[in-house]
Design a binder for this molecule. Sequence first.
Ligand code: ADP
Length: 488
Amino acid sequence: MDVLFVSAEVAPFSKAGGLGDVAGALPRALAARGHRVVVFTPRHGAVDPGQHRLEPLPFPIEAGGEKAGLWVVRGEAPVFFLEHERWFGHRRGIYSDPGHEYGDNAQRFAFFTRAALALPGLIGFAPRIVHLHDWHTALGAWLLRHEAEALPWAGAARSLFTVHNLAHQGVFPKELLPAVGLPWSAFRYQALEFHDRLNFLKGGLSCADALTTVSPTYAREILGPEAGEGLDETLRHRARDLTGILNGIDTREWDPEHDRWLAARFSRRRLAGKARCKAALQEELGLPVRPEAPLVAMVGRLVDQKGVDIVLAALPELLGLEVQLAVLGTGRPDYERALEHQAALRPDRIRVRTRFDEGLAHRMEAGADLFLMPSRFEPCGLNQMYSLRYGTVPVVREVGGLADTVEDYDGKSRGTGFRFREYGPRPLLTALRRALDVFRDRAAWRGLQQRGMAQDNSWEASAARYESLYEQVLERPPHLPLAAAGEG
Ligand code: ADP
């Protein structure tokens, strides 16, 4: 199958979160199954052509009346980069600079998405599947049906839209419609209109031929008002076309036996290296090097979604549990400050690093005993899967992908972590206490670690699911939301 994969971030070139990881790994996993996958992404300012061996292409790409440059990194799944200085090259960030969102994201990503559909014609490719990701590329579902007269391949193609996080919708004033090159006919409830505003994500949910999200539990949760972020009705309307497919992890990048970032390597059978990683991490962070002190790690965006507020509320009691806590993340300035303040009060117990640091993320996954992920909601979550693979026992809230990947310890011989249900500091502390009791029982702890390390969260199984979904959607007629609404 020929697949065009369109994403605003693609690791290792650019990454703000899980989307980048997925867009980096899934195309390769599909290519390994024999599909031809072409990836398209912007060349953000931080993408260094030298470091990543980007090759410039001698022809420009044209979209919405503007010309732009193209670069490529060849490989099993080639990645094409859109070069546009004003929209992407001159920006330091992907969506924002520290503290403020770019004011022209609607125009930037509309341009990018149009360019994505222009790419196949330029490189002699005829995708049957256009796989779009998150609000940034959601317009592609509309464009494929309404702006594709000049694209000979488009009639036979189907769009698949994957929601990595329903909380980010790309909502803009409707007056921007002409600036993103859309007709007013797109601005209706069956397409891009939502509460009299332009909602890119809703356009994808309404217009794509098939929808997926990144875990089965999240796929169920978003059909209800609690997790539906206002779009649950739209989603219920399309429930038959919505599938939850769990993300995999990149097992080459995240492999404790070969991880280049670590002080020592280890595996399920040879765990000794993990103790060395723990000591090295304690040293790196300036924590007392104490093998017996349970080291709890947290890595991720410090935003409401991730449950930072309940961690802060639980801190006083958490310190009473004699644990060390290491946090790596960036996000809401007040969360960053509150955590740093706590670390300044108890430098022997809490260390906080507020930056993006890939290497430290690996060292924390490897060196910690426990990994905390008390998310308010979690579409899939990757860190708990990295933790499992690194023998770092996850303590998670029972939501979304966390519920699908971490099995609660039964006190005997089943389970890979500790889960709690209600959102709040108390339930979190209860789960953590349960975990610490088991931590002191070395044999039981080792069993937990080894069961987690044996769990297969690689992309293979998930890529096979995408593949069969691609096949199914190609057998169906295109989804025509306006026709379904009797509007032509
Ligand atoms: P989300 O996509 O909601 O941010 P995920 O758990 O799915 O959460 O993926 C987050 C990814 O980003 C993981 O690979 C995680 O290690 C990485 N990450 C997040 N914050 C940082 C940081 N400050 N430094 C290094 N890696 C980070």
